[in-house]
Design a protein around this ligand. Structure first.
Ligand code: INI
Length: 154
């Protein structure tokens, strides 16, 4: 039996981070976590492009455009959707999750889902560098792993 697993070794190529400006104070912490993780694994700052979209709903379109360009080995999507009084939350979460998945499947480039979907701001802060870790860091590591796994399958 052969086993394949993406390692956390320094990958060649450019990374894109697409971040939503909605709930920017929280998303900025996710961006910081993602950048730190990439740089910890020696991805040069010059090899990272950071793009901003208005909200999580807009992440998929830009992610797909970037992934399709073949300029990037991975596209990391970051956002924070927080429950309000209506069901708007459900539509934004579903659109972001489905669209980000589609962007990866349609292009063959890893497109990472780093969108917090929380009931409260407190929960979001806890997952953006607080007591429950940093989702931006987690997805950046997953991006490196996926790049290295897909290289083995090329
Ligand atoms: N966008 C978010 O990223 N997070 C939210 O919590 C949010 N809420 O609560 O409405 C949100 N809405 C905006 C949405 O993503 C789009 O930008 C907007 O609907 C325009 O298409």
């Amino acid at each position: 039996m052969s086993t394949f697993e993406g390692s956390l070794t320094t990958p060649q190529g450019r990374f894109a981070i697409v971040a939503s400006k909605f709930n920017l104070e929280i998303v900025a912490r996710l961006v910081g976590g993602a950048k730190d993780a990439l740089q910890k694994y020696r991805v040069a700052e010059e090899a990272i492009d950071l793009l901003f979209v208005p909200g999580a709903f807009e992440l998929p379109l830009v992610a797909r455009r970037l992934a399709n360009s073949k300029k990037y080995v991975a596209v990391i999507c970051l956002g924070a959707v927080i429950h309000g009084d209506t069901d708007h939350y459900d539509y934004v979460c579903k659109a972001a999750a489905d669209g980000i998945l589609q962007a990866g499947l349609m292009t063959g480039v890893p497109v990472l889902f780093g969108v917090l979907t929380c009931d409260t701001e407190e929960q979001a802060y806890a997952r953006a560098g607080g007591k429950d870790g940093n989702k931006g860091t987690d997805v950046a590591l997953a991006a490196i792993e996926m790049v290295n796994l897909l290289r083995q399958l090329a």
